[in-house]
Design a protein around this ligand. Structure first.
Ligand code: AMP
Length: 209
């Protein structure tokens, strides 16, 4: 199955993707994680993306379309993939339609007020991409990734003023994708406010896993 996770930044796409990787046996592709890794490694891609990401703005479409195309052309994606954070704009969705067949767009519904609370508590591992929340999903040892033992970070774009900007960008540019995939009959919506395990149950039900 080729699956897209739709939802505001902080809706829980990364956390749900980590669960679905196991459940579905396919990799998840997070353009945000690929870009953060590129920045950490100071690659050309990272240098191009950094200013946009730090400001909570979207990286230009062509940049992410190219990196997504390369990533899903890799062998591990040939039996399916989960997209987390892509597409984020209509032009990205149109480009994706020329690259792959999407089966389902699973939309995680979470109101803005809930998102704001979540983002300030988010911690991420830059090495393996795992995400945590200091209250809802804490690591076993504070500040340390359970999976790979690396140090956890607060994303620059999780600071409150940047969060506001990202939510506005989401409503303006990404939310219209629900309509885009709705017209193709591919949207399934689930409540993302009921905790991690309940969200996982809703997803399993919606996807018929
Ligand atoms: P995320 O980890 O998905 O929240 O992404 C973090 C940041 O990476 C976003 O705020 C954007 O600056 C950039 N980014 C990630 N995916 C995309 C995308 N599909 N299109 C444009 N920018 C993206």
């Amino acid at each position: 199955m080729n699956l897209i996770l739709l939802g505001a930044p902080g809706a829980g796409k990364g956390t749900l993707a980590a669960f679905l990787i196991e459940k579905m046996g396919v990799p998840s592709v997070s353009t945000g994680n690929i870009l953060r890794e590129a920045i950490a490694n100071n690659t050309e891609l990272g240098q191009k993306a950094k200013q946009f990401m730090d400001a909570g703005q979207l990286v230009p479409d062509q940049l992410v379309i190219d990196l997504l195309r390369d990533r899903i052309a890799q062998d591990d994606c040939k039996n399916g993939f989960i997209l987390d954070g892509f597409p984020r704009t209509i032009p990205q969705a149109e480009a994706l339609d020329t690259i792959a067949n999407i089966d389902v767009a699973l939309s995680l519904e979470v109101p803005d007020e809930v998102i704001e609370g979540r983002m300030t508590g988010r911690r991420v591992c830059l090495k393996c991409g795992a995400t945590y929340h200091i209250k809802a999903n804490p690591p076993k040892v504070e500040g340390v990734c359970d999976k790979c033992g690396d140090k956890l970070h607060i994303r620059k774009d999780d600071h409150p003023d940047v969060v506001q900007h990202r939510l506005a960008t989401y409503h303006e540019q990404t939310e219209p994708l629900k309509d885009y995939y709705g017209k193709q009959g591919k949207v399934k919506s689930i409540d993302g406010t009921q905790g991690i395990q309940q969200t996982e149950r809703f997803a399993v039900q919606a996807l018929g896993l």
